[in-house]
Design a protein around this ligand. Structure first.
Ligand code: BV8
Ligand code: ZN
Length: 224
């Protein structure tokens, strides 16, 4: 059985990581969509860096929850027949034990060099932006896919969904594309589709089955 699991902010909510749209979607008075853009970074790099520095610092204080750990147990059973495609930029899937994780929107702990494209580990303790370890340019930015930028590894994602028998969406509102369109793509290719979410998402009607409740209850019950 080949399984693709798409996760969003809702799977990390019970770990204490705020979601984007459950509160009022504001951060320091900004709409996330207004901060997570290349235009915002060009205009106010310090505001955008502060946005990600705050979220990176918050990561140190949270732990993976039972939903992350259940997906790692599922990987123990399925091995290469499971891929977790996450929209999240936190590292809770990895800290929960998953190794087959694809961060389609990038990662908080990664830095991207806008000059040479090299990736490196973000160094919070430096307190300032270090030069790129590969080319030395003062051009490091958060390695995060902003609105208007192309998500990572779309070809690989399409390929695994093409071959999937089951597509499961966990903790996402179905508000952001192209991730929100994956369920239709999976269904067209004959996969069964399941939504596990606190509340019906914008795309809940597109799923063969939808179960609603907290991820820490729904995901272990589904996995085990
Ligand atoms: C692209 C990184 C071209 C940054 C993020 C008009 C129409 C359609 C599309 C567009 C449009 N205008 C613009 C677009 C495109 C745009 C888009 O979709 N905009 C939206 C706002 C309409 N998309 C893009 O720009 C993307 N790029 O389109 O490029 C392209 C396309 C295809 C192929 C090639 C090229 C890039 C989008 C990426 C933006 N970056 N994140 C950062 O994190 O700072 S998106 C951001 O939203 C996060 O990644 C987040 O994961 C994502 C989606 O949000 P969710 O994860 O779903 O979180 P949310 O708060 O919304 O929902 C939480 C859910 O959990 C809720 O349903 C809730 O009920 C549930 N929940 C809560 N608690 C629990 C729970 N569930 C279970 N248990 C709980 N305890
Ligand atoms: Zn560089």
């Amino acid at each position: 059985m080949r399984v693709v699991v798409l996760t969003g902010a809702g799977i990390s909510a019970e770990s204490g990581v705020p979601t984007f749209r459950d509160a009022d979607g504001l951060w320091e008075g900004h709409h996330v969509e207004d901060v997570a853009t290349p235009e915002a970074y060009a205009a106010q790099p310090d505001v955008v860096h502060r946005f990600y520095d705050a979220r990176r610092a918050a990561l140190a204080a949270v732990e993976p929850n039972a939903a992350h750990v259940a997906l790692a147990r599922l990987e123990d059973h399925l091995g290469d027949d499971l891929l977790v495609v996450t929209q999240n930029i936190d590292d809770l899937h990895e800290r929960g034990g998953s190794t087959r994780v694809l961060h389609m929107h990038g990662e908080l702990r990664s830095a991207l060099c806008a000059a040479c494209g090299a990736r490196s580990t973000w160094r919070d303790d430096l307190g300032h932006l270090p030069p790129c370890p590969a080319c030395g340019a003062a051009a490091l930015r958060p390695d995060v896919v902003w609105f208007g930028e192309v998500p990572y590894e779309m070809d690989r994602i399409s390929g695994v969904i093409d071959r999937a028998d089951l597509f499961v969406s966990i903790g996402t509102s179905g508000a952001v594309y192209p991730a929100a369109g994956f369920v239709q793509y999976a269904a067209r290719r004959g996969a069964r589709t399941l939504e596990l979410n606190l509340l019906p998402s914008e795309g809940t009607h597109l799923f063969d089955e939808a179960r609603h409740g907290p991820a820490t209850a729904l995901v272990p019950a589904w996995v085990d």
